[in-house]
Design a protein around this ligand. Sequence first.
Ligand SMILES: *Cc1c(COP(=O)(O)O)cnc(C)c1O
Length: 242
Amino acid sequence: MSTIARSRIEQNLQDIREKIATACDRARRDVGEVHLVAVTKYVGLPEIRHLLELGLYDLGESRAQQLTRRAGELSEALDADGVELPRSVRWHMIGHLQRNKVKHVLEVTNIVHSVDSLRLAEELNSRAERSDQHVDVLLQVNCSQEEQKYGVAVGASVHLAEMITTLDRLRLVGLMTIAPLSDNPEEARPAFALLRELFEEIRHEKIGGESFRHLSMGMSQDYEAAVEEGATILRIGSALFA
Ligand SMILES: *Cc1c(COP(=O)(O)O)cnc(C)c1O
């Protein structure tokens, strides 16, 4: 990767951090509450390694196969160079997950943002039991209603959240949504506000306890609105690499 591409990523990251900080100011939030997951689906290994150099250890992929391949390639490449994989590197599964891919995904990650059915949650739980691990999960809610295929319906989300907390290998750490794609971030805001409301409701019912504390919402087009509406995890890809 050229020096120019490197410094571009660095500059983009700085811009994003500044915008996050400004949005936090507007919303009177502590910037320390907002975490960034760098979505690597558009880039290759050199860019991913550069992210690590910049201190970004939370990496996201939306497709199971790519997630497992990437995670393997990254540790091999670092290994070949005699560099240790930083212990805090964490791959996040952020996209639709089919049950037959769960086993492989759990080999490289222990956080899944996209749980949207009881069947998927149960599969994660039984696979996690077999491999003796625990998995952090977020419930993906379809807050923009008819436009999306994935995510549990708003009306079913509280009940599903409660069911997930009965599975002892899973820890329900929050909610996730994808806002309708639009050039206008204001069109994303109602979906974020709705997720926040559901979050408050679930917390009010004491479902998930102390560990239920994350709102994974906000992407390159709409992360400032997401921060204003309470996001604690932003999933950002293209804005980092543009
Ligand atoms: C691709 C993707 C992102 C990042 O999208 P950008 O618009 O490139 O920031 C975030 N979340 C999910 C689920 C994705 O698939």
